[in-house]
Design a protein. Structure first.
Length: 92
């Protein structure tokens, strides 16, 4: 009696290039989302993820650079709203 399915194919392994591509996409999405909400946290996270993906040699270099640029833009938007409101948090 066999209780488990027989192993077929190769085991699921993740390659460093695939992880780097995922980090580039994540930095882009977090940077884009950070323009709207939580830019104090999402901006630096997008910058760190983009830098890590570039360091690991991602194939999606453009997306990583966009994520880094959006992360910087998040912080600039936060700085502009802080200057207008004179508080650390901003609201419309």
């Amino acid at each position: 009696m066999q209780l488990t399915a027989p192993a077929t194919g190769r085991p699921a392994t993740r390659t460093p290039a695939r992880d780097a591509d995922g980090m580039a996409v994540a930095s882009f999405i977090l940077g884009l989302l950070g323009l709207l909400v939580f830019n104090l946290f999402l901006g630096p996270t997008a910058i760190v993820l983009a830098a890590a993906s570039l360091w690991r040699g991602t194939k999606r270099r453009g997306r990583a650079y966009l994520g880094m640029g959006l992360g910087v833009a998040d912080l600039l938007v936060l700085l502009a709203f802080v200057q207008l409101d004179n508080t650390l948090s901003w609201s419309f």
